[in-house]
Write a protein that binds this ligand. Structure first.
Ligand SMILES: Nc1ncnc2c1ncn2[C@@H]1O[C@H](COP(=O)(O)OP(=O)(O)OP(=O)(O)O)[C@@H](O)[C@H]1O
Ligand SMILES: [Mg+2]
Length: 229
């Protein structure tokens, strides 16, 4: 398979069944460096499954996923885990911060796990927290901050390793619209400033509006949407 020219991450003919349920049925995908792509579609259509396959968390039954010229399925589990740590960042709907750690420790955590010293990791963490406008929360624990603040801390944490691809599954799903829009604004600005590609799963049109392009998943099949301008 030849990935689309210039694409960083692409998938062809993905199939994934969970027992009798066909979660993905020939889904396609591709994203360029620096591009923000919204994956939309009804509940149960296969959006999260597609994201998990692209991120190497779930192995598809068949189909090909190419990242930076390499086939994901041809890598060993250890290689895929290493790739996830070095090149990918993740933001989910909720429950992703470690409650026992302060906000700055949470943001610094991916760097600490990569062997960065505490001082250096926390310095980098604070830089990202400033960009996401949550640096004043550095000493608080996740249970002491609001939903929107917590999501901004999670976004800072997902970007602290400067990922090439940021995977976000309903990152604003638990927020009211004002907070959701602020999180999206900061997330997309930060990602664009580092040329990271963003795979953004959402079923909200106002969240998808922050993307460059929309892909709609229906019954496990994906389709590119032309956006009226
Ligand atoms: N681990 C699993 N075990 C069994 N079935 C699963 C599993 N994960 C997903 N499915 C099924 O696969 C289909 C696609 O699920 P998926 O989570 O990808 O949908 P989604 O588009 O993300 O939905 P939502 O918008 O509700 O998050 C659904 O029918 C779901 O029930
Ligand atoms: Mg989902």
């Amino acid at each position: 398979m030849t990935p689309p020219a210039g694409s960083l991450l692409s998938a062809e003919q993905l199939r994934k069944a969970y027992g009798p349920t066909l979660a993905l049925d020939g889904a396609e995908f591709s994203i360029h460096p620096g591009e923000v792509v919204a994956v939309m579609g009804p509940s149960g259509s296969g959006k999260s499954t597609l994201l998990h396959c692209l991120a190497g968390i779930v192995t598809p039954d068949s189909g090909t996923i190419m990242y930076g010229g390499r086939e994901l399925s041809a890598m060993s589990d250890a290689e895929r885990s290493a790739l996830r740590r070095s090149d990918f960042g993740f933001v989910f709907q909720f429950g992703q911060l470690v409650p026992e750690l302060t906000c700055v420790e949470n943001v610094a955590l991916p760097l600490r796990l990569n062997g960065t010293s505490r001082k250096e990791a926390e310095r980098a963490a604070l830089t990202w927290m400033e960009r996401l406008e949550v640096d004043d929360l550095r000493k608080k624990r996740p249970g002491e901050v609001s939903g929107g603040q917590g999501q901004r801390v999670a976004v800072a944490r997902s970007l602290v390793t400067k990922p090439r691809v940021l995977f976000a599954d309903e990152p604003t799903g638990a927020l009211d619209s004002l907070n959701g829009e602020r999180v999206m604004e900061l997330l997309t600005d930060a990602a664009r400033s580092t040329d990271a590609a963003v795979v953004l799963v959402t079923h909200e049109a106002r969240v998808a509006a922050y993307s460059d392009r929309e892909v709609v998943v229906r019954d496990g099949r994906s389709r590119n949407m032309e956006r009226a301008v």
